[in-house]
Design a protein around this ligand. Structure first.
Ligand SMILES: [Zn+2]
Length: 680
């Protein structure tokens, strides 16, 4: 039987691949990879970049040709069968990955090469790839003696157990707010009430009484309640439940946090770093924990006054409504009054706005903007296999008519088949070395409001922003011009990956370019100025306060993993979280609240000593876009060319600090971000 996953063609045969192909194809490709790898290890001649690192990359590319279509199908067309077979394949791939990174002979091969005169004289992208590879090995413990290797293994194992326990404790910390009095629903939008009613039915706690509603701590239930419900006592109840997740007996995350922090520090020490913060930044653009903390602190200091003004304006609205003065706002009230203020200042009808953003026209507007900026054209094609009939495919050609990439666009949800949210996928990484060239393939995946009847799909404004965001990632992969796949496109340092995506959001938030996007779906009329002004101004609403919220989390994270962890006795995470909350927030600190006990990003996810990266991406994108704002038009081709040639085409072939300076003519500055936050 021929396995379509193993076909040698340029495009994956999505129309022929079945779940039963997953495991056999994975086994076959891994056998091939092991055999080829062994040949390379056993080679006894003089090692060169071309006979050692290049073939290693080629092996990875072959493996990726099998893995990539499986993961596309898993995330966009899943079924029980696909899920089951994909998990089996992933298991095999993980085992293979572990084997490779632990194999001393494999490491020795790279080390032997790194010791050659050729390796020492490398420059540019080749040097970058070798350095990245060696660093990867060293940070996984390849240089440790056997006893320390065992210690590291134990630390890694224990850490993942604790992280799992941490997130399970949060999941189990559920709380139901049961409402029996219709009056308590006042203020809530219809869909949120329907959701609460459905919960009551599903949980069978309504005993047939249709006046029973349930809210819980899941975001789609929790957030609208905090934002819209008029009943302040109930909001307080729900808020307190949320901020005591992971603190009840048997589910207490607080001791786990201290243990996790100790293990992280032990790991960093074992690998030769003073703190986990230093270890984490070894793989990021930001140079040191001090640089990160200075950057956050500087923005915090400069946004203090503006954020207090924002807070007082929100409080003022409550005072106006009640006809009396209040000393402060409690944390469970802010979302509600902030939303009221936003409605008052910028209220617009969501449906009316959507009429100006039909999906296909919006897509076309992105292509038009990209053409203006970079001279590239998206040309529709229909002769390559897709995973679903709704997927549109394009060929991307540049101004010299050279083919640059293939793009798959999949906009609408498929319940039960497609994972939620929006994302970009690097389906095939580009490369171009020694006469061998691979054209990159990328995917843009969204779950937008689908077309209803004969009306075209109309997007909400935030969906338009999401579309530009994901297309920003897509261009990073699609326009890549690196020599190697390992350094191409979005394979960049972790705190840099959101630069192209957040950068392209700016075109949705700037009048000149928004005018190109917003056209009435029936008449093609431009959006009325008054409506457009509201949309644009609403983008700036409460920006300083939002930034300080991010700073609270970022500083908490970096202090714990760096400055505080250098002390002889590690302080309680709660003391640090309280300190940060008090320092950066305008609402009073609530004594028995423990946001850290629910902070899975850093205690159960991959964000430890990395939470700052959200703000970091903003500083980069604001500074990058400020070049376009300095020009007569934000669609300036010269600026676009600089951004394309120095950022979008370069992947990880050079350090981003260097690339950014080439693009901007100077190092990164926070001036543009501060201006965006309302600080002149
Ligand atoms: Zn993104």
């Amino acid at each position: 039987m021929e396995n379509p996953l193993l076909s040698k063609g340029q495009f994956a045969q999505y129309d022929k691949i079945k779940p039963e192909h997953f495991v056999p194809a994975t086994k076959e490709i891994l056998d091939y990879a092991k055999k080829e790898n062994k040949k390379l290890i056993d080679f006894t001649g003089e090692r060169t970049f071309d006979n050692t690192l290049v073939p290693e990359m080629e092996i990875s590319e072959e493996v990726s040709k099998v893995v990539s279509p499986m993961s596309q199908l898993y995330s966009t067309m899943t079924s029980d069968e696909i899920n089951q077979e994909f998990q089996k394949a992933i298991q095999l791939l993980t085992e293979f990955g572990n084997e490779m990174s632990m194999d001393p002979d494999n490491y020795k091969m790279y080390k032997d090469y790194a010791a050659t005169a050729e390796a020492k004289a490398l420059t540019g992208e080749k040097k970058r790839h070798l350095d990245n590879t060696m660093k990867g090995f060293i940070l996984s413990g390849a240089e440790l003696n056997d006893a320390d290797k065992d210690k590291l293994k134990e630390i890694n194992l224990k850490s993942s157990e604790l992280s799992l326990k941490f997130s399970n404790n949060i999941v189990k910390s559920n709380f139901e707010l049961v409402i029996k009095d219709k009056k308590d629903l006042d203020g809530l939008p219809e869909d949120s009430i329907i959701g609460a009613r459905e919960k009551a039915i599903a949980m069978k706690i309504d005993e047939g009484d249709e006046n029973t509603w349930v809210f819980n701590l899941d975001m789609p239930s929790f957030l609208p309640f905090m934002k819209f419900a008029n009943n302040v006592e109930l909001k307080e109840k729900l808020w307190r439940a949320y901020f005591t997740r992971g603190t009840k007996e048997g589910l207490d995350n607080r001791p786990l946090i201290q243990e996790i922090l100790k293990l992280k520090k032990a790991k960093a020490n074992l690998l030769g770093f003073k703190t986990f913060g230093e270890f984490s930044l070894e793989k990021k653009m930001a140079e040191s924990p001090e640089v990160v903390m200075d950057f956050l602190d500087n923005i915090a200091v400069k946004t203090e006054d503006v954020s207090l003004e924002e807070f007082n304006e929100v409080k003022g609205l409550k005072e106006e409504a009640f006809g009396e003065k209040f000393e402060t706002l409690m944390p469970w009230e802010t979302s509600y009054w902030t939303n009221k203020l936003k409605e008052k200042k910028y209220s617009f009808n969501e449906n009316e706005v959507s009429e100006y953003f039909s999906a296909n026209e919006t897509l076309q507007a992105f292509y038009d903007i990209a053409k203006e900026l970079y001279g590239i054209k998206f040309e529709k094609i229909d002769n390559i296999p897709v995973w679903h009939k709704d997927v549109q495919t394009f060929k991307l050609v540049d101004e010299n008519n050279e083919l640059r990439s293939y793009v798959y666009v999949d906009l609408y949800p498929r319940t039960g088949q497609k994972r939620p949210g929006a994302w970009m996928s690097g389906i095939v990484s580009g490369m171009n070395y020694n006469g061998k060239k691979t054209i990159p393939q990328v995917g843009v995946h969204c779950n937008f409001t689908p077309p209803i009847g004969d009306k075209p799909a109309l997007l909400r404004y935030d969906e338009v922003t999401t579309l530009f965001h994901e297309f920003g990632h897509a261009l990073h992969g699609a326009l890549s011009q690196t020599q190697f796949s390992a350094t191409s496109g979005t394979n960049v340092k972790w705190d840099v990956v959101e630069l192209p995506s957040s950068f392209h959001e700016n075109f949705v938030k700037t009048e000149e370019s928004l005018k190109m996007i917003a056209k009435h779906y029936k008449t093609g009329e431009p959006m009325p100025k008054e409506l457009m002004d509201k949309l644009l101004n609403a983008n700036d609403f409460m920006r300083a306060s939002d930034a300080r919220r991010q700073i609270t989390f970022g500083m908490f994270d970096m202090s714990l993993h760096h400055t505080e962890s250098m002390k002889d006795e590690l302080p309680l995470a709660h003391e640090i979280s309280k300190k940060m909350m008090v320092k950066y927030n305008n609402t009073p600190f609530i004594d028995d609240s423990y946001f850290e006990a629910g902070f899975s990003h850093i205690f159960a996810g991959g964000y430890a000593a990395g939470y700052y990266s959200y703000m970091w991406a903003n500083i980069l994108d604001a500074d990058a876009f400020s070049l376009f704002l300095e020009k007569e038009s934000v669609l300036n081709r010269d600026a676009g060319k600089l951004f394309m040639e120095n950022i979008l085409e370069k992947g990880d072939s050079e350090d981003m600090n260097v690339l950014f300076e080439k693009f901007r003519g100077r190092p990164v500055s926070d001036k543009a971000l501060l201006e965006r936050l309302g600080i002149k």
